[in-house]
Design a protein around this ligand. Sequence first.
Ligand SMILES: [Zn+2]
Length: 348
Amino acid sequence: MNKHLLLILLAAQLYCQPTFALVILQYHHIATDTPAITSTRPDEFAAHLEYLHNEGFTIVSLAARLDSKAGPRQAMPPKEVAITFDDAYRSIYTEAFPRLKALGWPFTIFVASDLVSEHGGQYLTWAELQEMHAHGAEIANHSTSHQHWARRPLGLSESKWRQQFTEDTLSAQAVIDAHIPHAPKHYALPYGEYYPSLLEDLDNMGYLIFGQQSGAVPIPQTPLVIPRFPMGGPYAALKSFKTKVNSLPFDQTFRDHNPILSGLENRPIANAATLGITTAVGLNCFGPGGSITPMKIGTGILIQSNAPLKAGRHRYNCTRRDDRTGRYQWHSFFWMKQRPDNSWYPEP
Ligand SMILES: [Zn+2]
């Protein structure tokens, strides 16, 4: 083989290998009297922090780790975690902040700007957000009013819809910027939902985009929707927390994925070969209906749920033990399944 070509191929292959992994945790309430699925008990949250502290994890800010303008990277420590909160609920200030401040750890709060209160109540005030920002919190964009942006209203053209989305994003950012200096251009998708062309608009505006599908973040080649591990309800259990914070990305990632399934697409097929694997051996996937047996067909490794997906949000979670480290590679394929008449599912 031509020597020059061989070097190019080696370089291309190396680019597929993540330089290092980042795990991002997504919390909402740190409380016992709020909706279970979005709540983490204060004692569970304290146990998470204790584990990270005792096991030598480095807690990083999203801006320092992911923004290219942060400058050249140093040699990376092996275990890095970022802590995020969505929706600016009050318990972030009363329960999480004192613990994080004592440890000197950074964190991010994604706020829907219309919901930030001036007078207390269930949401944080700008004064509280400013106080946390002064102690290392990043305040970032989560839309103006937590809309279902991935759902194009009937009768609205795609260009008009995209224009409204862009205006909403800029409007929320302007409110944040008026209260918080140096807010990063980071956007957490409301409900973790998205539509590909809206993602392109966010990307073109210079935003890093964060979802709610689980998985470790490959760096430097991050996917367009950066994964985070939800930490509410049953997902807060300490046993699975340990596996998640130690997880690694697969060797390869793909930039984009269309999650939207029409009413008749009941059992979508994902191709695990896009994760850079060539064999289904050791690959464990779960979806609606339980464990999925991967099917190797040609160069593809196809995974498909056993049960039809009901209308709503779903994930296929795939893990594989990494023999080099003993840690688990973790990736989640995200789906938004419409109702049989192609209308959108109601929010529970
Ligand atoms: Zn939210």
